[in-house]
Design a protein around this ligand. Structure first.
Ligand code: UT7
Length: 323
């Protein structure tokens, strides 16, 4: 059985926060943030909830695919910043899209979309599902320490979605996820936080992102380079067969370093982090949706998706565009 991406969608909060807006919280400026990360602005949820963004992205992906919610056999939602821990985001989405199928959440941090795609791909390949809705959504603003300049400028909120189907031209030609235990807890959110915090007395540093940026940077360059090389060798493709890479949108310097290591043109890496920053699990999903709607993809175009995240998780998938 083959599996194809047959529709994509994304949704971003309305409120734009520009780099210089962070001056009200920390000692920083646009020049430092842009030159060190490639980020110019990000969207931060004010009126939106995670389910409102996720449902918006999911409905757009279903409309793009020409599929109704009733036709979906499985919903997988990737997030680590849900509105609440139960019902899960996937179960809330079931109601929003009018589906009656099994639904569950997974947490693979910023690699969440690739992990969800990989699971959906395997359900379809095994014959256990014919149509799978995958949604990746995060609101990092819920777990951001706005007094830590080393992290607060990096993240944004958003959601992206895709519909996978057994009917199509088999365009997921490779998919693999990886994990390596981050024994140093280089990227961590120890506390429990949701839309309705359970424990208001939890010390702030226990409920927000803290990270060793340099450690994650080096790990990101190493794992993305390794995963793309492995994907090419295991799928029988070469660098020149890949038309676009849709990487996790954490830092343009990480992407520059991966491009150099792969001896690949930087122009092949699709980047939208100047507009949205790092939207965690949603980042690759939003970028894939924008690339797919850009008109740049043709039948036969090869697109490699790759991500890394806390854990450490990582993953790579190769799509041969079929539409
Ligand atoms: O999805 C995974 C999420 N995490 C990541 O992807 C993070 C990966 N790491 C990175 O992107 C980079 O390591 C950062 C962007 C976080 C940091 O960039 P860097 O070039 O590695 O800077 P640095 O941490 O080595 O800090 C250099 C200087 C320090 O000042 P001193 O000690 O040299 O005086 C920092 O305090 O830059 C300072 N700095 C800032 N200055 C102005 C750190 N953040 C800021 C800031 N504005 N926002």
């Amino acid at each position: 059985m083959k599996a194809s991406v047959i529709g994509t969608g994304s949704a971003l909060p309305k409120t734009v926060v520009k780099n210089d807006d962070f001056k009200q919280w920390v000692d920083t400026d646009d020049e430092w943030i842009y030159s060190h990360t490639g980020i110019k602005e990000r969207r931060i949820a004010k009126d939106e909830t995670l389910i409102s963004l996720a449902a918006d992205a999911a409905k757009k992906a279903l409309a793009d695919a020409g599929v109704s919610g009733e036709e979906i056999d499985l919903i997988i939602a990737a997030t680590f910043t849900p509105d609440c821990f139960t019902p899960t985001l996937a179960c809330m989405l079931q109601n929003e899209v009018g589906a009656t199928c099994p639904a569950f959440d997974l947490n693979a941090a910023c690699s969440g979309f690739i992990y969800a795609l990989d699971v959906g791909y395997r359900y379809i390949k095994s014959g256990a599902a014919k149509k799978v809705l995958i949604v990746a959504a995060d609101m990092l603003s819920r777990v951001t320490n706005f007094s830590d300049r080393g992290t607060c400028v990096l993240f944004g909120d958003g959601a992206g979605a895709a519909v996978l189907s057994a009917q199509g031209e088999g365009n997921i030609i490779y998919s693999k996820t990886e994990a390596e235990s981050d024994t140093k807890f280089s990227l961590r959110i120890p506390g429990l936080y949701s839309r309705f915090p359970l424990n208001e007395s939890l010390p702030k540093e226990e409920s927000v992102v803290s990270m060793d940026g340099n450690e994650i940077y080096m790990n990101a360059v190493r794992t993305m380079t390794r995963d793309i090389k492995k994907a090419l060798s295991e799928s029988g493709l070469t660098i020149s067969d890949i038309d676009y890479i849709v990487p996790h949108q954490a830092n343009s310097r990480i992407i520059d370093a991966v491009a150099i290591k792969l001896k690949m043109l930087k122009e092949k890496f699709f980047m939208n982090m100047p507009k949205y920053g790092n939207t965690s699990a949603a980042s690759v999903a939003i970028a894939l949706d924008e690339l797919s709607k850009s008109g740049m993809l043709r039948k036969g175009t090869h697109v490699a998706l790759c991500a890394f995240g806390g854990g450490f998780t990582s993953g790579c998938a190769i799509l041969e565009w079929a539409k």
